[in-house]
Design a binder for this molecule. Structure first.
Ligand SMILES: [Zn+2]
Length: 165
């Protein structure tokens, strides 16, 4: 008995009727989505997508970090991505704490995280606009590539556009 038995069992069932063997690694709908790790977000479902359609990049807060930019460059030039949607969400844990809050919490458990940048989000709208600008002005991505920003409402399932080109 391991902590992962449920997952291995579920996968045996999944693989029995596997329907995606014909997919390639290219994003069939030419889309990359940057969203949060929040477990309430079903990025494929809420956007009418299925496996194979899009590159899904997730982290705490849907922030456009250096690693997200690195991944987008690869997604664009190698994997068929031609448009990017940055999609943070309502009720995000990253908007409820500051970096010093997180450092204090970990300190209580005897862990010093002060060398980590958590990219917490004091102002979600401003953070999203900043992150969109970061992608748009990246010297490594094609100029004029459509970049959109929208906030997903985890209580209604609705997407609220912030910037749509
Ligand atoms: Zn979140």
């Amino acid at each position: 008995m391991t902590a992962f038995d449920d997952l291995l069992a579920a996968n045996e069932t999944y693989a029995r009727t596997f329907a995606y063997s014909g997919l390639t690694g290219k994003a069939a709908r030419g889309l990359a989505v940057v969203t949060c790790m929040d477990s309430r977000i079903d990025p494929l479902g809420l956007l009418g997508l299925r496996a194979g359609d899009a590159k899904i990049l997730r982290n705490a807060g849907a922030r456009v970090t250096d690693d997200v930019l690195r991944t987008l460059v690869l997604a664009v030039y190698l994997l068929g991505v031609e448009r990017v949607l940055v999609m943070p969400h309502t009720d995000c844990g990253m908007a409820k704490v500051t970096d010093p809050d997180v450092h204090a919490l970990t300190q209580e458990r005897g862990v010093d995280t002060r060398s980590l940048e958590f990219h917490t989000v004091p102002d979600q709208d401003a953070a999203l606009r900043h992150d969109l600008t970061r992608i748009r002005t990246s010297p490594f991505l094609p100029p004029g590539m459509p970049i959109a920003g929208a906030i997903y409402d985890v209580h209604t399932g609705k997407l609220m556009p912030v910037e749509i080109p």
